[in-house]
Design a protein around this ligand. Structure first.
Ligand SMILES: O=C(O)CCC(=O)C(=O)O
Length: 274
C-alpha cells in the first residue's frame, strides 16, 4: 500500500511522468529555510550556485535533515521502493524580475543512470507560480528516448552549460505551481523547463535526485547517501554525512564533484567506468 500517494497518483507518475503537489514543510518552516539561506548568501559574493552547485544537502546539517524528511521519503518510496539513495541536490533561485530561465532539457541525457527509475523531487521554499517562473513539464515525454541537447552557455540559463532541446513543440506543457513547503516529483527522463520570474519577489526552491539502490551509474563509480533502507547492491560509494553546517569532509566532497562534473578528467581512476 502506498504511504503518501494514492494508487491513481502512482499511475499518473509512471504514465505521465510527474505528480504534484504534496505537503512537506509548514509555511513557517519554509520561511525559516529562506532566512537561513539568505543569511548564508549575505556572507558570499555572487550567486549561491557559484559556491554550492551540487550535493548542496551536504553543505548544511539542517538541509541534510530535510533531505531525509519522512514526508519526502514516504512519497519517494511509493514510487521506487524502500531502499533509497540521494544522489544530487541543487538550489534553484530566481530573483525578483530576474531574466534567468531554465531551457527545455532532460536530466537523463547526461546522468548516465541505468535503469531510469529515478525521481527528481522539487521542494519550494517560497510559493512557485507561473508568474515567478515555476517549473513546467511535457507530460508523457519521460517515455521518449534521450534527446539531443545543444550546449548554449547562455548566461541567462540557470543550467551549467545552458543545455537545451531545440525546436520542441511545447504546446501541451503543464506548469507545476507549489505553495512554500510543498513539493513536486518528476521522472528523470521528463522534459522540463521554467520561464523567467516576472514577479516582485524571489522564487526559491531546490531539487533532490533520489534513486533506488538497484540503479547504477554507467559512467563510473559515483557517490550518494543511503537515506532509507539497505543497499544490497553496492553500486555506489557513500557521501560523508554532515556533522554540522560546512563540515570540512562534506565541503571537500562538494568541491570534488563540482569540478568532476565540469571536467570529467578530474575524476579519479578508481571512479571511472571499468
Ligand atoms: O527550478 C527550476 O526552474 C528548474 C529545475 C530543474 O531543472 C530541475 O529540478 O531539474
Amino acid at each position: 500500500m502506498p504511504r503518501t500517494l494514492t494508487s491513481n497518483q502512482v499511475d499518473q507518475f509512471w504514465n505521465e511522468g510527474y505528480v504534484f503537489p504534496f505537503d512537506c514543510l509548514t509555511a513557517e518552516e519554509a520561511a525559516e529555510c529562506r532566512t537561513r539561506l539568505e543569511a548564508y548568501e549575505a556572507t558570499i559574493d555572487g550567486p549561491i550556485s557559484a559556491h554550492l552547485r551540487i550535493k548542496v544537502h551536504l553543505g548544511f546539517r539542517w538541509l541534510w535533515e530535510i533531505a531525509r524528511h519522512p514526508r519526502l521519503l514516504d512519497a519517494v518510496e511509493d514510487l521506487i521502493g524502500p531502499d533509497i539513495l540521494l544522489y544530487l541536490s541543487t538550489f534553484w533561485f530566481k530573483d525578483a524580475r530576474d531574466r534567468k530561465f531554465v531551457s527545455w532539457h532532460q536530466d537523463s541525457a547526461y546522468y548516465g543512470l541505468d535503469p531510469h527509475d529515478v525521481i527528481t523531487l522539487w521542494l519550494a521554499f517560497t510559493d512557485a507560480t507561473p508568474e515567478n517562473g515555476c517549473m513546467r513539464v511535457l507530460p508523457g515525454s519521460h517515455k521518449w528516448e534521450d534527446q539531443q541537447h545543444v550546449e548554449t552557455y547562455d548566461p541567462k540559463n540557470l543550467l551549467a552549460r545552458g543545455q537545451s532541446i531545440e525546436g520542441l513543440d511545447d504546446s501541451t506543457a503543464v506548469f507545476m505551481p507549489l505553495r512554500a513547503g510543498q513539493f513536486s516529483m518528476h521522472h528523470e527522463r521528463m522534459l522540463h523547463s521554467s520561464p523567467p520570474n516576472t514577479s516582485n519577489d524571489r522564487r526559491l526552491g531546490m531539487s533532490f535526485t533520489f534513486l533506488p539502490t538497484r540503479t547504477r551509474c554507467v559512467l563510473g563509480r559515483r557517490t550518494a547517501s543511503l537515506v532509507r533502507g539497505t543497499d544490497r547492491y553496492g553500486h555506489w560509494d557513500h557521501d560523508p554525512e554532515p556533522r554540522s553546517d560546512f563540515d570540512p569532509d562534506c565541503m571537500e566532497a562538494i568541491r570534488y564533484w563540482k569540478q568532476a562534473y565540469a571536467d570529467p578528467n578530474v575524476i579519479q581512476e578508481s571512479r571511472r567506468a571499468s
